[in-house]
Design a protein around this ligand. Structure first.
Ligand code: ZN
Length: 307
């Protein structure tokens, strides 16, 4: 079926209290793995790419790979721009057939963030494309951060309400203690779950969790076994993810775990099969590894069986 808007996918998730994974895609093999996993799990799915990933692969290549995959899929698929930095970037993606864009104005003061988000909403909604905005600053909640500093960083529930009302965004990325990358927490993971609950009560909006990879220990172990040096890495535990969903998260971004699944599998092949040099033999297992990781996320998020 053709690509659908992200709002359509998230509406059902919001109504029924589950989350849909948004998986970052950089190349053909990653896209295939995500599509296969979604079919395996009968799950709706969001494929997303950053501006840099789109430049790496080419907007045409990436968007067409996803469109071809979606046309063969029997589950709902949306193509989303992750962390769009400008109105121009969002328009470029809309022109390439993306069905959803994120405009990240979180570095602006509140009014500026609302203004740029609304500008993208006004354009995108005309052509049925959905928009994700972001409010707050992502970062781990550390013990040495005082309450004022913490409040300044995390999403304010009242502001979230005003942001949704004034901007018209379809989904809101919230800062509740997660952070991007593989080094999310210095010690134990902490998420402000009460804040998610309050934002949900006030906005009713589809809420998005960024920086939510598990930094899966099995992948780290495999990577390190075959030559990686990943120390002190820490992700969001599965239990916290489940709680976050029960409080109102409907979209969960997964990028770091995709990278780890890919590169740990490539490392294993190169290390254990030094005579192999066929790219299909080197990258094929990475595709299988991603498929397995994505399936696990769909089960964890509760989107399995929802398509
Ligand atoms: Zn993000």
């Amino acid at each position: 079926m053709p690509l659908v808007s992200m709002a359509e996918i998230l509406k059902d998730a919001n109504q029924h209290g589950y989350a849909v994974g948004a998986f970052n895609v950089n190349n053909l093999e990653m896209a295939q793995a995500i599509f296969w996993a979604a079919e395996d799990e009968r799950s709706p799915v969001i494929l997303q790419c950053s501006e840099n990933a789109a430049k790496y692969a080419g907007f045409d290549f990436l968007s067409n790979i996803v469109k071809i995959g979606a046309s063969k899929a029997t589950v709902p698929v949306a193509l989303h721009l992750d962390h769009g930095k400008s109105v121009e970037a969002c328009i470029t993606c809309i022109r390439h057939g993306f069905t959803s864009v994120m405009i990240d104005g979180s570095h602006f003061p509140f009014e500026g963030n609302v203004a740029i988000t609304k500008q993208v909403v006004d354009i995108a909604h005309v052509v049925g494309v959905s928009v994700e905005g972001e409010l707050g600053r992502l970062g781990g909640i550390e013990d040495d951060v005082n309450v004022d500093e913490r409040d300044a960083m995390l999403t304010d529930p009242q502001e979230a309400k005003a942001f949704i009302e004034q901007s018209g965004a379809d989904a809101l990325a919230v800062a509740v203690g997660t952070s991007h990358g593989a080094y999310k927490f210095k010690s134990e993971a902490k998420l402000d779950l009460g804040r998610i609950k309050e934002i949900k009560q006030l906005t009713g909006a589809a809420l998005v969790l960024h920086g939510a990879s598990g930094v899966l220990p099995s992948l780290i172990e495999k990577a390190n076994k075959y030559g990686a040096k990943l120390e002190g890495v820490r992700g969001v535990p599965e239990e916290s993810i489940k709680e976050a969903i029960s409080y109102g998260i409907n979209k969960i971004n997964i990028d770091t775990d995709m990278r780890l699944a890919f590169t740990s599998a490539v490392r294993e092949v190169l290390y254990t099969k030094p005579t192999d040099f066929d790219p299909r033999k080197v990258i094929g297992p990475a595709r299988d590894s991603i498929r397995e990781v994505v399936r696990g996320k769909m089960q964890l998020f509760g989107s399995s069986g929802k398509a």
